[in-house]
Design a protein around this ligand. Structure first.
Ligand code: UDP
Ligand code: MG
Length: 335
């Protein structure tokens, strides 16, 4: 074990190139007072052995225990430590986003603050960052309860990989390494941090994964339960919608609306003909209700598509945000 870790470190060092001068490590912490001391010791050990300049960014996500005080202490005694204290508990995604905004490193590493991720895996992630823009950890042997955590997560991973088309084994692993440009262009919402690889890969970011060690939580409590699965599913719907239709929402709502409207119109036409030609009474027929419903839903869906089209324009034009991402421009002359 010890041997393989030091071998990975060497690989990381030999393959590293000149662009990588500084590392930022972002760790979100919510009521983790029992873990901070050891976390900081182990992170410092690993990072100083890598031999690059680094900063440690601890984000206190509105903890109600001794976490902010302990972090304050660390920031005073260690000048490579930066501490962000959020006003209240905003959630892990927001804590990551806050850390990303102030990170100065060329590569930004994220991990959980409960020591379930192992700082010793950082060199392993770094050894791939020269070839990929994003390296994601894969907790191959995950040490969490089976029914409440691993089973739902297996189902979620399978579904996310199908729906987003980004093939990873483990979306939930916080231990990841990003090149600076990747996190600086990301806008995170909701519980979206697990979808970063998927979102990033639409921008053409190259993604790979490496196996990492995972430990059971020894101290402190997990902040999540089964209910997270539902949130993840809802976020997945959002992500899929944005992935496929964010610049052309009418193409999503339009066909549904036209389909409903057409069926509704045909049904009402059929009923009207029976009434006109055969003098049948149609007032009590359930089909009449259905046809009215479908016509209204169809009109609503198309209206929604048109409103979304306007929103897309407002969004992109007000922020001067293009609908493409340029990697680099070659051969442009200075004015
Ligand atoms: N966390 C956070 N804000 C929250 C919930 C969690 O910053 O609202 C942090 C938490 O302190 C830990 C990491 O996110 O460092 C992962 O949380 P946890 O270990 O509870 O998740 P699990 O490993 O059980 O999925
Ligand atoms: Mg954990």
């Amino acid at each position: 074990m010890q041997h393989s870790v030091s071998k990975q470190k060497e690989e990381g060092i030999t393959e590293r190139s000149a662009w990588l001068r500084m590392l930022s490590v972002v760790v979100p912490l919510y009521n983790e007072e029992e873990n901070i001391g050891e976390l900081h010791r182990r992170l410092t050990d690993v990072l100083s052995s890598i031999g690059l300049n680094y900063e440690l960014i601890y984000v206190d996500d509105g903890s109600t225990d001794g976490t902010p005080e302990l972090l304050g202490e660390l920031s005073r005694t260690d000048d490579r430590t930066v501490v962000l204290i959020l006003r209240r508990n905003f959630g892990q995604t927001a804590a990551f986003a806050a850390g990303f905004d102030i990170a100065r490193g060329d590569v930004i590493i994220t991990m959980d603050g409960d020591l379930q991720n192992d700082p010793a895996d950082i060199p392993k992630l770094l050894s791939r960052i020269n070839d990929f823009d994003l390296v994601s950890g894969w907790r191959k042997e995950r040490k969490d309860p089976y029914f409440s955590r691993r089973l739902p997560s297996m189902a979620a991973n399978w579904l996310i990989s199908r729906v987003t088309g980004v093939r990873l084994h483990d979306y939930g692993c916080s231990l990841k390494a990003y090149r600076r440009e990747v996190v600086k262009s990301l806008r995170l919402y909701g519980e979206m941090h697990r979808f970063i690889p998927a979102v990033a890969s639409w921008y053409g970011v190259s993604v790979t994964e490496v196996e990492t060690t995972h430990h059971p939580r020894l101290r402190g409590k997990s902040k999540y339960g089964l209910s997270r699965t539902i949130k993840v599913m809802l976020d997945l719907i959002t992500v899929k919608f944005l992935q496929s239709f964010s610049t052309k929402p009418i193409q999503f709502f339009g066909p549904l609306g036209l389909g409903c409207g057409f069926i509704g119109f045909s049904l009402s036409l059929y009923l009207s003909l029976r009434k006109i030609l055969f003098g049948e009474s149609i007032g009590g027929r359930p089909l009449l209700l259905l046809s009215i419903l479908l016509i209204i839903v169809g009109i609503q869906l198309i209206g929604m598509g048109l409103i979304s089209e306007m929103l897309v324009r407002v969004y992109h034009e007000s922020q001067k945000k293009p609908i493409y991402v340029i990697k680099e421009i070659l051969g442009q002359k200075e004015k």
